[in-house]
Design a protein around this ligand. Structure first.
Ligand SMILES: CC(C)(COP(=O)(O)OP(=O)(O)OC[C@H]1O[C@@H](n2cnc3c(N)ncnc32)[C@H](O)[C@@H]1OP(=O)(O)O)[C@@H](O)C(=O)NCCC(=O)NCCS
Length: 437
């Protein structure tokens, strides 16, 4: 009988398979070769056995599904063999906080590569459309990814839904925060984060719109158990935050960039705070580290309370605001019903979708309470027309429909409809996603 997870057509065979983390199991070498192909696709080094074993163990914990595309028949002598995939793709399922504490299970797409010598043959399109359709058939309303280039995924209906920025914070004499600490910070052995980090993050996941539940890798990274080369990173340090009752509610892991690097800099590896006080107290701690002139963070929020807490907000040198989380709505009514809309109002939304997965016209009616009514409105005159990618962008409230209308992406048929959409889609605090995948 044909394997349902194997599709052969013309030049290529597509295989979809679960992670095997046991080196003695027959499927291990296929997974290890798949990881080498991903490294190749992202111009990273060849991975050694230790890296492969650790990575596959963490992928298995995440229950990732791997896809590899293989050349049929033979390949020229001395070139990479047919067992090495020419394209890779992986998915896992994680919760996305869609505002007001609501969690929506989402299909996270990662490890997308196509070998240069096979690109622009429609391989990505084939893998992507098959996967999105399968996720929809499985009842999921949303898919998500982070993108290496901004030009790739819009055509597949993905829209940017969260942003982040890199910051350098001057922690010299001018660094001072308003107010007083509310809790305490203690330095700890980073190994405690193996246990502590997921517990703190779980609270953040409940509180932060735009947050995606984390894969196994994060606790390994934050604790220094695994660096980017797969070896333990012994330069990682950590500090924990305790609230006034002594309960642990935040941590920061960080590393010194070395005495050759001037200004003397501490680089944040991971900063996770489950309360406003924990966030500011951890920054107070970072600002107080002796011999350090600057603290850098590559995953800082764009709308950062730190800027407003600093006596001199110009201590922050911010650069590179980047798109972070991209969303793809797979089922429009299900995605809308999942959201809480905090304002009252009624909108007829006409959604177009070139992949014909989530297009149509719906009435969205909210009384500002916990359940919105979403009904099919085929044939009704819309208040707003928009592409499914733009619906994804406004879905978490981080992108304004008014701005998208000004950009000519979203069409307002009833005056004020974009503003009403802005009020409906807003969430309770600034959207930020601390999870890259
Ligand atoms: C990006 C990548 C996966 C595309 O794979 P591919 O198999 O060549 O893509 P396809 O042939 O299926 O192309 C699908 C569509 O995307 C477009 N496209 C693909 N890559 C693109 C890029 N980098 N920029 C702009 N458009 C791109 C194609 O033109 C095509 O458009 P069309 O269907 O409207 O004609 C591949 O180039 C790659 O591996 N790049 C390096 C790793 C990487 O950046 N991965 C993405 C990680 S998020």
């Amino acid at each position: 009988m044909a394997d349902p997870n194997e599709t052969k057509s013309g030049k290529y065979t597509v295989q979809r398979f679960p992670v095997v983390a046991d080196p003695d199991h027959a499927g291990y070498s296929r997974c290890a070769t798949w990881i080498q192909a991903v490294s190749h696709g992202f111009h990273q080094q060849r991975r050694d056995d230790e890296y492969l074993a650790k990575t596959l163990a963490s992928y298995q914990t995440d229950q990732r599904e791997l896809t590899g595309v293989y050349v049929n028949g033979t390949v020229p002598e001395h070139s990479l063999g047919t067992e090495v995939p020419v394209a890779t793709y992986a998915t896992m399922r994680k919760a996305l906080n869609i505002g007001f504490g609501r969690q929506l299970e989402s299909n996270l797409v990662t490890a997308v590569t196509v070998r240069g010598t096979h690109r622009r043959n429609g391989i990505l399109r084939g893998m992507m459309t098959a996967d999105l359709e399968a996720a929809k058939d499985d009842g999921l309303a949303i898919a998500a990814l982070t993108a290496s280039e901004a030009s790739i995924y819009g055509r597949f209906g993905f829209g940017v839904a969260t942003f982040e920025r890199s910051i350098k914070v001057d922690t010299g004499p001018r660094f001072q925060l308003r107010g007083l600490p509310e809790g305490t910070v203690e330095v700890a052995d980073p190994a405690v984060l193996l246990d502590v980090a997921p517990k703190v993050f779980e609270r953040v996941q409940r509180l932060s719109p735009g947050s995606v539940d984390r894969q196994e890798y994060y606790r390994l990274l934050a604790s220094g158990s695994i660096g980017h080369d797969g070896k333990p990173d012994t330069s990682v340090r950590c500090a924990l935050h305790y609230d006034p009752s002594g309960s642990l509610d935040g941590y920061v892991s960080y590393r010194f960039k070395g005495w050759d690097h001037k200004p003397y800099t501490m680089e944040i590896v991971d900063l996770v705070a489950a309360s406003n006080a924990a966030y500011l107290d951890l920054w107070r701690f970072l600002g107080s580290i002796d011999l350090i002139d600057e603290v850098t963070w590559a995953e800082a929020p764009v709308d950062d309370p730190l800027a407003w807490a600093l006596v001199d907000p110009r201590c922050i040198d911010a650069s590179e605001i980047r798109d972070m989380l991209w969303l793809r709505i797979l089922d429009t009514p299900a995605a809308l019903r999942a959201r809480k809309f905090p304002a009252a109002g009624k909108l007829v939304l006409e959604v177009s979708d070139s992949l014909e997965m989530a297009g149509g016209t719906w009435v969205l009616e909210s009384d500002g309470g916990s359940t919105a009514v979403v009904t099919d409105a085929s044939g009704e005159a819309p208040d707003l027309s928009l592409d499914v990618a733009d619906l994804a962008s406004i879905y978490l409230g981080a992108v304004s429909p008014v701005t998208l209308a000004a950009a000519g992406r979203l069409h307002e048929h009833s005056p004020g409809a974009a503003y009403l959409a802005q009020q409906l889609f807003t969430v309770e605090r600034s959207v930020h996603c601390l999870t890259h995948f």
